[in-house]
Design a protein around this ligand. Structure first.
Ligand SMILES: *Cc1c(COP(=O)(O)O)cnc(C)c1O
Length: 408
């Protein structure tokens, strides 16, 4: 039996996919991709590619190296692992959700000796435990510390400058590698200023381009330290991609021609807005989502944000619980009656556990604006009313106040 009413659906109209990724693809990006295949042996696509590299570095706030892969985030993880490590090298992974654990699994499968500090699904990284693990490694066997800037499953943001501080305080030489797949182009991030050696990202989240490109940015220090890494095979080697003189080396074969045009347009959109403004927009829209949940939770203790302290929350996605089956009911209602698709609660409970139906995520990453986020929240509130899910009154009103406060 369906929870949804028999009245005509209100979902007809432009659908909105508010799962954490793929994110909303701007029409400008899609239109830039809609073209005949360009020649890859010369001509305009060479100029577009040449222009993209410095712009990609600007988005990660680095002046060092950038390698692009045809692949998704998992490919970019594997690329990072293949370049960072030799078989038997040690990695220290700090995990705050599903994605950190999966990056660790990729390294383990490649023959890396992986130690995981698992902080669970709702608790931020405890820097003192990281410090203890680094101090215990008196032989400096740990070659790299792997962290997730914003874990998309839990929406926990990790304090990257804090990790850098712990590495410096302990005098540990491990390289610092950060998964910014969810956060790049959403949350404030400064690779060079924060002392990060490797940044990992993919095209389909804050970078507003269809899934299919993975990115690594790496420091000169990492390049030198990893020159002999023996997991690296020709396809994954970051060196020719970042520093090769031939066009084909940048992609180790045929260039992802249409993605290049789409990415170039997405970067232009970020540049037109200004990266600091992009971060500020995400901060405000995230704050609007959080304030709505806080009000809703005031009328139903089962409704709560996954991350208690705002300082530990990423600005690209919000993980929350509604309890019982209410998250699944609400997701289905929002999609079928309101035209907005919310994210499932990834990694919060096993999919075959009834508790799985109590979690959801709201994405607010990339090409999103005030009317989209306020619209999601209003549809959610209408859904809770329609489904008789108890909730505090006035969540949307609280969200509108966050949006108006953005302008002082
Ligand atoms: C989406 C995501 C991934 C996985 O990316 P895929 O493109 O699905 O392989 C990894 N890490 C984080 C933080 C993500 O948000």
């Amino acid at each position: 039996m369906s929870d949804t009413p028999r009245a005509a659906s209100l979902a007809f109209g432009r659908p909105y996919l508010a799962i954490p990724g793929p994110s909303v693809m701007p029409d400008r990006v899609l239109q830039a991709m809609h073209r005949a295949a360009p020649n890859i042996y010369g001509g305009e696509v060479y100029d577009v590619v040449d222009a993209i590299w410095p712009r990609l570095k600007a988005v990660a706030r680095t002046k060092q190296h950038c390698a692009v892969y045809i692949g998704n985030g998992h490919a970019a993880w594997e690329a990072a692992n293949a370049n960072l490590f030799s078989r038997g090298d040690k990695a220290l992974v700090v995990a705050v959700g599903h994605f950190g654990l999966n990056w660790a699994q990729s390294a383990r499968a490649l023959g890396v000796d992986v130690e995981v500090l698992d902080f669970g699904i709702s608790t931020p990284v405890d820097l003192s435990q990281v410090e203890d693990a680094l101090r215990a490694d008196t032989g400096h066997k740990i070659k790299a510390l792997l962290a997730t800037h914003v874990d998309t499953s839990s929406s926990i943001k990790t304090d990257i400058t804090g990790l850098r501080g712990v590495l410096d305080a302990t005098g540990h030489p491990a390289l610092l590698a950060v998964d910014c797949i969810a956060s790049l182009g959403c949350d404030e991030y400064h690779m060079d200023d924060w002392g990060v050696d490797v940044t990992v990202a993919a095209s389909q989240k804050g970078l507003m381009t269809p899934p299919g490109l993975g990115f690594l940015w790496f420091s000169e220090k990492a390049r030198a330290r990893c020159a002999d890494s023996d997991i690296r095979t020709p396809y994954w080697d970051w060196e020719p991609r970042a520093c090769g003189s031939q066009f084909w080396q940048k992609f180790c074969g045929t260039a992802p021609t249409h993605h290049i045009y789409g990415l170039s347009e997405a970067l232009k959109m970020i540049e037109d807005e200004g990266l600091a403004n992009v971060w500020a927009r995400h901060r405000t829209l995230a704050g609007a989502v959080w304030s709505a949940f806080e009000v809703w939770g005031g009328g139903n203790p089962a409704i709560a944000l996954n991350v208690v302290q705002a300082v530990n929350r990423g600005c690209a996605v919000t993980a929350a619980r509604l309890g019982g089956r209410d998250a699944t009911r609400l997701r289905e209602w929002c999609e079928q009656q309101g035209g907005v698709t919310l994210g499932i609660g990834l990694g919060m409970a096993p999919p075959d556990d009834p508790a799985w139906h109590g979690f959801l995520r709201v994405a607010h990453m990339g090409h999103v604006n005030a009317h989209m986020t306020l619209g999601v929240l209003a549809v959610m509130e209408a859904g809770m009313q329609s489904l008789n899910i108890a909730h505090g009154e006035g969540g949307v009103l609280a969200a509108t106040k966050v949006v108006s406060a953005h302008f002082g």
